[in-house]
Design a protein around this ligand. Structure first.
Ligand code: ADP
Ligand code: MG
Length: 577
């Protein structure tokens, strides 16, 4: 309702205020609002900081201008071609750098900006340093996006801004927004629950680049002259980042609020303080950013959010809804997960030295052993977070060799981390939604909210681990034990056949340990298979059908907890005799 009213006012504005200085400022607000919104998709939501967005802006401006001035192609088509080129370029940059850590991506975009500027400065076909004029003969025609007056440009820029905000709103409301924010907070944790993070980052990057290119085309049509100094400059790349950060990254309205604030401030300080020389606006931006960094890193939207701070935390959850007690059948004979001869070296350390492990469907297998035995490394190698030097892993007879972590989840093996990894700024519900099954999901499908049955599953797992009272609480505000329960629920939410738990009770108070144990046991009665790394022998006794004892990268004993306890090395490691 409020956005619709605001939009109506904005549409009517050029007929109420004819001042061309003001209209020009508003056109720039819409253009930079579009740019900052586009940047926000990859930089704000997904957390991959791009310092080269001027490249996509320039590509949009140059593509449509070259096509119009040399081939008479209307800018509608030229703009679309530019958007496709920008998306393709963004994928070419993102493909190698997204695999590295995020600062490499930032560096790559910075370099891309320089390369593009220098290339265009020396490229005769696009006018080199002299630039290109947009030919004027088609004025006052919508098909050529070229007018004598400001209001049509105003409306065109407004329309583009609405598109950018609309795309952001769709992302924000769909699963996509939750996934991108999860990637931003902990990419490995997102991969560990089956999310193809590379694909989602690429999607966000390509859409961001395409929107940015469209703004470039409109800008060229508006100023009718482009050169590398006005469309490929690092100033634009940086301004876009500043606007998004000041307005509030990772929010729908932040970039627009930031654009209105910064552009109007900049235009008016330039006109009132201009006689004092250049640079006053920059000093002001610098101060603003420092203030924000100190008091509200989430930008203007963070201030808004703080003002409407939600109600206090709920008290402890109601009675638990444990999964139905199925037949407490013994484990079946079917070998579900088989690892053979797993070997992993880190430099001179042999973390795994030919470890073999077999897990039958319906079993709870314990893995015990002193610190540094290689237990976590075994999980890393099974789940694709480390590539073993030798050895094979099969699940249900299918080899997992060289599969990335998210695929291994799709094949039915999920793990939790010894050092807890959840998404602290997402709510409990959102954490679970990140862990929904992703096997048949595309980024386009992820623009829709989660299906109802997925929400119901999430609600069910919240009840199972006793977190239903915390549905909309950021996971970072839960107690450590509750966070561990949440990570267990997330692993289960993936629907994997085998759940690998790395020290699920470590650091948890005794009451919660009982809860974790009860939860695992009842889920196992329902047929769920587990492999549990555990130091607490009471937990092992209560849970495990079979135990592997590891030390120095090898399995030294295997059998029921009672059998393994007879082993002299186990006695020494656990009971000091
Ligand atoms: P556990 O989980 O049984 O305590 P880990 O699997 O974590 O043992 O570690 C086994 C050995 O491998 C240790 O000596 C550890 O220092 C080493 N290690 C584990 N991960 C790495 C890594 N990423 N880089 C180098 N060394 C590692
Ligand atoms: Mg470990």
């Amino acid at each position: 309702m409020i956005p619709a009213l605001g939009l109506a006012v904005l549409v009517a504005l050029p007929w109420m205020v004819a001042d061309s200085f003001f209209l020009n400022a508003m056109i720039l607000v819409f253009l930079f609002g579009t740019l900052a919104s586009a940047w926000n998709l990859i930089g704000g939501y997904a957390g991959q900081l791009s310092f080269g967005h001027a490249v996509f802006f320039g590509l949009g401006a140059y593509t449509s201008t070259v096509l119009l001035s040399r081939h008479g192609v209307v800018p509608w088509v030229g703009g679309a071609v530019g958007a496709v080129l920008a998306a393709a370029l963004s994928l070419a940059v993102g493909y190698p750098t997204f695999r590295l850590r995020r600062h490499f991506f930032a560096l790559a975009t910075l370099a891309l900006g320089e390369i593009a500027r220098i290339t265009f400065l020396n490229w005769e076909y696009v006018g080199a340093a002299i630039g290109l004029y947009v030919p004027l003969q088609f004025r006052n025609r919508l098909s050529y996006l070229m007018w004598d007056a400001k209001p049509p440009y105003y409306l065109a820029a407004l329309a583009l801004g609405v598109l950018a905000v609309g795309v952001t709103a769709v992302v924000d409301r769909g699963r996509m927004g939750i996934y991108l924010r999860a990637i931003n907070q902990d990419e490995d944790a997102a991969r560990a629950v089956g999310l193809d993070t590379l694909r989602y980052k690429q999607w966000a990057m390509a859409v961001s680049a395409a929107l940015t290119a469209l703004a470039g085309t409109l800008y060229a049509q508006y100023v009718l002259y482009i050169d590398p100094y006005n469309v490929l400059t690092a100033r634009i790349s940086l301004l876009v980042v500043v606007i998004a950060l000041i307005g509030g990254r990772g929010t729908v309205w932040g970039p627009v609020v930031g654009a209105a604030f910064i552009v109007l401030l900049s235009e008016y300080t330039r006109s009132t303080l201009g006689h004092l020389g250049q640079g006053y606006d920059y000093i002001l931006f610098g101060l603003l950013i420092m203030l924000l960094a100190l008091y509200e890193p989430r930008g203007a939207m963070g201030v808004v959010r703080r003002l409407r701070r939600r109600s206090p935390l709920p008290v402890a959850g109601a009675a638990k809804d444990r999964p139905p007690e199925a037949e407490a059948g013994p484990p079946t004979a079917e070998a579900l997960l088989v690892a053979r001869g797993m070997t992993k070296r880190f430099g001179g350390i042999v973390a795994l030295d030919g470890v073999s492990l077999q897990v039958r469907r319906g079993e709870i297998v314990g893995v015990i052993g002193p610190n540094g035995a290689g237990k976590s490394t075994l999980f890393d190698c099974i789940t694709g977070f480390q590539r073993p030097d030798a050895g094979t892993v099969e699940v249900g007879g299918l080899s997992l060799r060289h599969q990335p972590p998210h695929r291994i989840v799709h094949h039915g093996v999920v793990r939790t981390f010894q050092l807890l990894r959840i998404f602290p700024e997402l709510t409990v519900r959102e954490n679970l939604l990140v862990a929904q099954p992703h096997r048949a999901e595309s980024p386009w499908a992820a623009l829709r909210p989660s299906p109802r049955e997925v929400e119901e599953r999430a609600a069910r797992w919240m009840r199972v681990v006793g977190l239903e009272g915390y549905r909309d609480v950021p996971a970072g505000e839960l107690s450590y034990g509750q966070q561990k329960l949440l990570s267990l629920a997330m692993a289960l939410m993936t629907g994997a056949d085998v759940v690998l738990l790395d020290e699920p009770t470590a650091g948890v108070n005794p009451a919660v340990i009982q809860e974790v144990v009860a939860c695992i046991r009842e889920l196992n009665r329902g047929g769920q298979t587990f492999v549990v790394i555990e130091h607490n022998m009471e937990v092992i006794d209560a849970l495990a059908h079979r135990v592997y004892f590891m030390a120095d990268g090898r399995v030294l004993a295997e059998g029921t907890p009672q059998q393994v306890r007879q082993n002299p090395q186990v006695l020494e490691a656990y009971y000091g005799r």
